[in-house]
Design a protein around this ligand. Structure first.
Ligand code: HPA
Length: 265
């Protein structure tokens, strides 16, 4: 039986994805950090799953104004242990093309003004980000996609910029030289905050465009178009991945706070 108002797994993404959930109810969850968008809770493959529309209803909150702390804390409050996100990205590495699906393995945070942590006070807490995306959830996403013959890039370095503007060609060239493959505006500090609360976090990125300077001009319209086009395949992958997630977690995310606290002896 479903525990009302609680969920094991959460999906964070753009609106449209929530039709994946069955028997949905909408809830509001207050947090010490503010009020996140309405969260839908329903069932996917026998599991209780929450859906949080990152940019709220009607895509009204830009990436730099998303209250990442409220969003992640709300999911923590309703008992979520694993988060599977989706992010629109531009391709910095020219091997990647619009329409491609990617499960990145590493993250570079180039955001500027966001609240990056839950740990502003003592005890001083440094979580390990040696594997910023949950290796267990990543592996299952990739395995599911390969089993279904969905083409997937199973490694990539994602850089997150502040937005809401797109980057300049010089910025993209800098990111390329630094070894970044993809650029987006929402994975940081989302992935970090999840780790700080010992929640797993992995993302399926869809490439909506080649990054600035690689293609002539960038439009929000093309990002929205590719997002819409990719909804069915992403829903299928998320459904099957969530269904096969094992009950217990063997990943480092589950113990992220162990040895993370700075103790003065
Ligand atoms: N840059 C940053 N974020 C993005 C892009 C981009 O080119 N495309 C989709 N999200």
């Amino acid at each position: 039986m479903r525990n009302l108002g609680k969920a094991d797994v959460a999906i964070i993404g753009g609106s449209g994805l929530e039709t994946l959930l069955e028997g949905t109810e909408q809830i509001r969850v207050g947090t010490p950090y503010g009020l996140p968008p309405p969260i839908s809770i329903g069932e996917v493959g026998g599991k209780s799953v929450a859906f949080l529309p990152r940019h709220s209803v009607h895509h009204s909150i830009p990436p730099h104004k998303v209250n990442y702390r409220a969003n992640i804390y709300a999911l923590f409050e309703i008992d979520v242990k694993r988060i599977v996100a989706t992010n629109a990205v531009g391709a910095v590495n020219v091997d990647f093309k619009p329409g491609d699906l990617v499960v990145p393995h590493d993250l570079v945070d180039f955001t500027k003004f966001r609240q990056p942590t839950f740990y502003d006070d003592a005890p001083v807490t440094h979580v390990d980000m040696s594997q910023p995306f949950c290796p267990e959830v990543r592996a299952l996403l990739i395995k599911t996609m390969k089993k279904r013959n969905v083409r997937v890039w199973d490694k990539a370095v994602l850089v997150c910029t502040e937005g809401p503007r797109f980057e300049t060609p010089a910025e993209i060239e800098m990111f390329r030289r630094l070894g970044c493959d993809l650029v987006g505006m929402t994975a940081a500090p989302e992935a970090v905050l999840a780790r700080e609360l010992e929640m797993c976090y992995a993302t399926v990125c869809f490439v909506s465009n080649m990054a600035a300077g690689i293609q002539q001009q960038l439009t929000a319209h093309e990002v929205a178009e590719v997002a819409k086009e990719k909804i069915p395949v992403i829903q299928q992958i998320l459904r099957e991945t969530i269904e096969h997630l094992p009950q217990s977690r063997q990943c480092p995310c589950a113990h992220a706070l162990k040895n993370a606290r700075f103790e003065v002896k």
